[in-house]
Design a protein. Structure first.
Length: 689
């Protein structure tokens, strides 16, 4: 055990890292006493964690020692349309049967085997290291991991050359911060600390979000635009920058492509005066003018962009347009100016190919399945446009039955009697309930891992603080065991977790020093694009053909649909959950209370709905009952369905994804969760539905 220090003869502090899908990637100090973690704290000496943790992770021990942990392999003994029943089996029996089933499918076509994973852990080892080796050797279908951030990632890459941005601490020096599509207090707590420092020093904070979030409450101004109109607002800001000549012409000339000329972005932006923007976004024209003036005339000006606003049809274009704003004003010249959506592209020392070994495919053909369309894909038969039907699904670090869009189709796909499903899990989630085998995985306190971040530029290590509970095994070990059961003899399957961790980085990261300190910072320039130097082919930011695209489901694009379903719905996360993680932690669920939809008083009155009434949210795809809260957090015309509850812990075995769709974003093939029209009516428990 690599520990920070000893406190008493029976206590030790162990280096840890938060594994969850959050930009903060906190450094943890785990207090271990007599082989049990008794306290989880933030490392006070880590610059961005500075001793503070969110409510969720401060209670991580409650998750590890939860009475409902899956601690032995389980085999399904009920039908998939029945109430789930499982019996315990030995690891040897489970591995032998799984290997036999996968082997038979692989003999026909290994592409009929589909991995499904995402960010249940952000660790490089317990994520895709040994798993990648296993599926590459098997020749299984690839997974396009799109469900959170792919539209924004594609947009940043097209514009800057990679997923790059400002360094987190320098937001404290900004004089203006636009918090755009981010409820930072709930989902990016340590950024908020720096933003609050800037606020106390006199900076102006402006929140741009359809929902009046907890973050909006603490900002000087809230601009409540309609979902999916962020690109129009960005174009309107550009129009004002041009009209008032608030441009850094030298920066544009030296470091930006595609601005001037016929068909350039400048020409497109001029078509978006404040009145047009106001009509599209559902805000006042003076809000556009004032925001442009603040952004142009306050320096340094910074933008903290987050992923909620890219989960619509035009999300990629919107991110691209916003990412160009600091190029127009030259905000990048100052270390406290620019933009941050993701910093993950700075981690060039991370050697993904060394961990996942794509050469194990040995040139075999394969297909790629988009995780955001898993509902449709599980229901597709074999065909020339899709390839073999998915016959086996291996799920780890994800809960697709709860989190994937258009869940009625996802459920039907998982219920196929001929689908063989293996789930690696801590708990019996909605997805585990539909598995053929559930294999017990370790939590973060029980295994070694290394972490990068998408919100700061430090590498962190997580040491195993305690031995695995019960028969739980790390993901790495489960895939080693499956490889052995399948008869794979390549030497890479014998690599230990420590060997994997040492393979993860090149010389820029000293693994032994990382192990001692618990974290290491990447050596990077303070103002990375002060003199251009974007990671594009020619070192210049690229405007491309970025433009505003209306939502799939809106009055503009689908007026007949909007006549039947006139409310736009977004589904931001409940504050005390993280995607579908922590929903089963009772203390956190008690804080949330129950599934809720926030609705503005005007919309509630038009439907005769009282506060706290039971309602159903519905459209052609499905129906979701929950409790209504009449709230100023919702703007007129938009309802906020807070998620993501496990279906079985929601009302009538459903959650908000009953009504979302599987159509993809303009860039990156991401989901369009917040591009969704619905209607709401009173619900009587299904008596008259």
């Amino acid at each position: 055990m690599h520990s920070l220090s000893s406190r008493t003869p029976t206590q030790a502090l162990v280096n840890g890292a938060c594994p969850h899908d959050c930009p903060d990637t906190c450094a943890l100090a785990l207090t271990v006493e007599n082989g049990r973690v008794i306290k989880v704290q933030g490392r006070a000496d880590h610059p961005s964690t500075h001793g503070a943790l969110c409510t969720k992770v401060s209670r991580y021990a409650e998750r590890t020692y939860h009475a409902e942990r899956v601690l032995q392999p389980l085999k399904r003994v009920s039908g998939k349309h029945e109430a789930p029943r499982f019996e315990p089996v030995t690891w040897a029996a489970a591995l032998a049967d799984i290997a036999s089933r996968l082997g038979a499918i692989s003999a026909r076509d290994p592409q009929a085997i589909q991995p499904y994973s995402y960010a249940g852990t952000m660790g490089l080892l317990q994520g895709e290291a040994m798993a990648g080796r296993f599926f590459n050797r098997l020749g299984a279908s690839l997974l396009d991991r799109t469900i959170c951030a792919s539209a924004g990632a594609a947009a940043l890459t097209a514009t800057y050359g990679h997923k790059l941005g400002m360094h987190l601490p320098y937001f404290a020096e900004s004089r203006l911060i636009l918090i755009w599509g981010s409820n930072s207090i709930a989902s990016n707590l340590h950024f908020w600390t720096y933003a609050n420092q800037a606020k106390r020093a006199g900076a102006k904070l402006i929140c741009i979000d359809p929902r009046k979030t907890e973050t909006a409450d603490k900002c000087h101004q809230h601009i409540a635009l309609m979902p999916g109109t962020d690109g129009a607002l960005a174009l309107g800001l550009m129009q004002q920058l041009i009209a008032h000549d608030w441009l850094d012409h030298d920066y544009l000339r030296d470091h930006v492509d595609g601005w001037d000329g016929v068909g350039g972005l400048r020409e497109r932006a001029l078509a978006w005066p404040p009145e047009r923007v106001a009509e599209v976004c559902g805000i006042a024209a003076d809000e556009v003018r004032g925001l442009a003036r603040d952004y142009a005339q306050t320096a340094p000006a910074a933008i903290r962009l987050n992923y909620g606003m890219q989960r619509v049809r035009g999300g990629g274009n919107a991110v691209r347009l916003i990412a160009l704003l600091p190029c127009l004003t030259g905000a990048w010249r100052n270390r406290a100016g620019g933009l941050l959506l993701s910093s993950s592209g700075w981690f060039a020392p991370y050697k993904r190919a060394d961990l996942e070994r794509p050469e194990l495919r040995a040139g075999r053909p394969t297909r790629t399945v988009n995780m955001s369309t898993i509902g449709d894909d599980l229901l597709r038969p074999t065909g020339p446009d899709f390839g073999p039907q998915i016959e086996a699904l291996i799920v780890y670090n994800s809960n697709p039955v709860a989190v994937a869009p258009e869940s009625p189709k996802v459920v039907r796909g998982f219920q196929r009697a001929d689908l063989f499903t293996v789930v690696l899990e801590h708990f019996m989630t909605d997805t585990a309930d539909l598995a053929d085998y559930v294999l017990p995985a370790t939590t973060q306190m029980e295994h070694l891992d290394v972490h990068t971040s998408y919100g700061h530029t430090d590498v962190l290590i997580n040491e195993a603080a305690v031995a695995p509970l019960g028969e739980a095994r790390p993901n790495t070990q489960i895939f080693r065991d499956l490889a052995a059961a399948m008869g794979f003899t390549e030497a890479c399957f014998a690599d230990t977790d420590e060997q994997l961790a040492r393979q993860a980085f090149s010389a820029e990261i000293d693994f032994d020093a990382l192990r001692v300190q618990g974290w290491q910072s990447l050596p990077l320039a303070e103002a990375p694009f002060a003199n251009g130097g974007f990671l594009t082919a020619n070192g210049r930011a690229q405007c491309g053909d970025a433009d505003h695209l209306a939502n799939y489901e809106s009055v503009v694009s689908s007026p007949e649909l909007a006549a039947r379903y006139p409310l736009a719905m977004i589904s931001p996360p409940a504050r005390n959950f993280l995607n579908s993680s922590f929903v089963n932690v009772k203390s956190l669920r008690d804080i949330e209370g129950e599934p809720l939809v926030e609705i503005h008083a005007v919309d509630a009155a038009a439907r005769g709905l009282a506060d706290r009434a039971m309602v159903r949210i519905f459209n052609d795809r499905g129906s979701y009952p929950c409790r209504a809260r009449i709230s100023a957090r919702a703007r007129p015309g938009v309802v906020n369905g807070l998620g993501v509850w496990w279906r079985k812990l929601g009302v009538a075995g459903s959650n908000v994804n009953e009504v979302t769709h599987q159509r993809l974003t303009d860039m990156g093939g991401g989901p369009s969760f917040y591009d969704c029209l619905v209607e709401i009516e009173a619900w009587d428990g299904g008596q008259t539905e």
